[in-house]
Design a protein around this ligand. Structure first.
Ligand code: DON
Length: 588
């Protein structure tokens, strides 16, 4: 009896120890249901993207034993078919990768490049003003596409499955797929814009001109053909073969600037991510030619100087401090940021804690400093833009965080019919004239002027974060100039206010970009905080929701994914061990 009693006590103590050690790792306890919104959960891996089918393709690749990069490559190609407004092979982007074996984060730059015939004043009219139609909707607005080179390069370095297999799902979908609600809505709402161009009309508009209906077959046969050539040649055809020739011919025939030599010369580039430690987490993001990472790090460094945990996530005090920090970093953006292959960008200084302290000291705790007292500028507001982010984590802890884009929704609106894809209008991200705003109202100068072969400055901010050296989080979003602050809002909600990733995503965002001197508040931001911000001197305005965060967190052996609910059609999905797999493991 005594023996039995002792055994029971030892057993009880063990249970308590196990329980405590598990809890110590759980910063957001998974089973306490203390939030009104909860992420998707799985045990083996997770994919989150803005499009249902793309996410499903990614999960299938993981289930077949592919790693996070394999799945990301498949998702990237699939989105080019299923989310044509932003997914692409005619655009470019940035991929951040965590290699679990080497325990390192690597950054892949596959941003578009200006053609060699581009020139500094190519978008200026006879009055020396920027011709916005030329910069945004003409063939001149397209940079040399980088997406295919990027996905091929990521696969070459990290992929484990045959490349062809990863493009196959996209090829099948391009041959024909039933319209989803989200796709029909996106095509129907831009019908007029897409019918201006003959190529886009052929691909995206029904021959009878009527609206697309949910469930109708949507076929992109020429795109399927282009993707097949990419699959067979591991991308070579796109830059050197038949497709390259078709692209170059199209540009020549229609007075564009892109040539076969531009395509042949295109290379994706590996770069060193920018990073900081924020409250114990190592946050990594994209260095120039994106401004996103540099300014996200700056924002985190500045906000670290204040004890914002003492006020609520959407309180006037926290919002005021965030806003002031935003004004300073967007002012820096206009001055210092550009393609590091062309200009020297002071990334180290900008991302240093010393510089963050200097800025923090200038911030008045009670009053808004007007943007005019920070630096001058102009602004044109522009909505209806698209980019897309997806994140993948695999069972071995590898992570991909990828943002890519055509710039505006459906890019320049122009497609090359024979190859079946849309062209970007990324050239508008250059500063066409110092002080003249781009499509997002962002002002640039010398550092971001147009030069042959140069990459335009971006705001895309893919993020990977580690928790004490272990894989933890991936996130990113579309939103033009608002991308940086969308990611910043999210990280503060998750890390400082301990919200789960779903809650951190849906909480209303705030945004300031120095010019205009306006604080944008998302629908749902508390009214009384808004009133208080007004009395502090902020020019506040409510706006319809923006951004679309696609996040994954790994914690205590569980993958949590959340696809932003702000736009239809997004999906976070993971998978569990198959029954036969677990039997296999048990017998081993
Ligand atoms: O690279 C950039 O910053 C822009 N071309 C991104 C555009 C974008 O996010 C549009 N999405 N809403």
């Amino acid at each position: 009896m005594r023996l039995l009693y002792s055994i029971l006590i030892i057993f009880a103590i063990n249970l308590t120890i196990d329980d405590n050690s598990a809890r110590a790792n759980d910063e957001v306890p998974l089973l306490e249901f203390d939030s009104i919104v909860f992420p998707e959960v799985a045990s083996m891996g997770m994919v989150t993207s803005q499009e249902v089918r793309a996410t499903e393709v990614g999960v299938k690749i993981l289930e077949q034993g592919g790693n996070a990069v394999d799945a990301a490559v498949a998702v990237g190609f699939t989105l080019a078919v299923t989310l044509p407004r932003a997914g692409n092979i005619g655009g470019g982007g940035f991929m951040l990768i965590y290699d679990a074996k080497k325990q390192e984060v690597n950054a892949l730059d596959y941003r578009e490049k200006a053609p060699m015939l581009a020139s500094e004043d190519m978008f200026l009219n006879w009055r020396n003003n920027v011709d916005q139609t030329k910069a945004r909707y003409s063939l001149l607005s397209s940079g040399v596409p980088g997406t295919v080179a990027g996905l091929v390069e990521a696969h070459k370095k990290y992929g484990s499955m045959p490349f062809e297999k990863l493009v196959q799902p996209a090829i099948e979908l391009a041959k024909g797929m039933p319209m989803t609600y989200a796709l029909s809505q996106s095509l129907n709402s831009r019908k007029q814009f897409l019918s201006f161009d003959q190529g886009s009309r052929e691909i995206f508009i029904k021959p009878d001109g009527k609206n697309w209906q949910v469930g109708e077959q949507f076929k992109q046969e020429n795109l399927a053909q282009t993707l097949s050539l990419i699959a067979e040649t591991e991308g070579r055809d796109f830059y050197h073969g038949k497709t390259a020739k078709k692209i170059a011919d199209y540009f020549k025939k229609n007075d564009g600037l892109m040539t076969l030599s531009d395509l042949k010369a295109y290379k994706a580039v590996w770069r060193k991510p920018v990073s900081t430690n924020f409250k114990g987490y190592d946050i990594y993001s994209m260095p120039p030619p994106s401004s996103g990472g540099t300014h996200l790090i700056q924002l985190l460094n500045i906000i670290k100087e204040f004890s914002i945990e003492n006020s609520g996530a959407s309180s006037a005090r926290t919002s005021h401090l965030k806003t002031q920090a935003m004004k300073y970093v967007y002012a820096d953006r206009s001055e210092y940021l550009g393609d590091p292959d062309f200009v020297s960008v002071p990334v180290e200084r900008l991302t240093s804690q010393t510089y963050a302290k200097e800025i923090a000291k200038k911030i008045d705790l009670k009053k808004a400093t007007s943007s005019a007292n920070i630096k001058p500028g102009l602004y044109i507001d522009k909505e209806s833009s698209q980019t897309t982010h997806f994140s993948v984590m695999d069972k071995n802890g590898n992570i991909v965080s990828n943002t890519y884009t055509l710039n505006f929704s459906f890019g320049s609106g122009k497609s090359i019919p024979e190859v079946g894809f849309l062209l970007n209008n990324e050239m508008d991200d250059f500063s066409a004239k110092p002080g003249s705003p781009n499509g997002y109202g962002l002002i640039g100068g010398e550092a971001n002027k147009i030069e042959p072969g140069k990459r335009p400055l971006s705001s895309m901010t893919p993020v990977i974060a580690l928790n004490r050296g272990k894989p933890w989080l991936a996130t990113g979003s579309p939103g033009g100039s608002k991308i940086i602050t969308t990611v910043f809002n999210f990280l503060l909600n998750r890390i400082v206010y301990n919200m789960n990733i779903a809650e951190a995503t849906i909480t209303p965002r705030i945004h300031h970009q120095w010019y205009p001197d306006t604080l944008f508040l998302e629908k749902g931001y508390p009214f009384d905080s808004m009133q208080e911000l007004k009395t502090m001197g902020h020019n506040v305005i409510y706006r319809k929701p923006w951004g679309s965060l696609q996040s994954i967190e790994f914690q205590s052996g569980v993958f949590m994914g959340f696809a932003d609910t702000r736009r239809p059609g997004a999906l976070a999905k993971g998978y569990y061990e198959q029954a036969n797999e677990s039997t296999k493991n048990n017998t081993n």
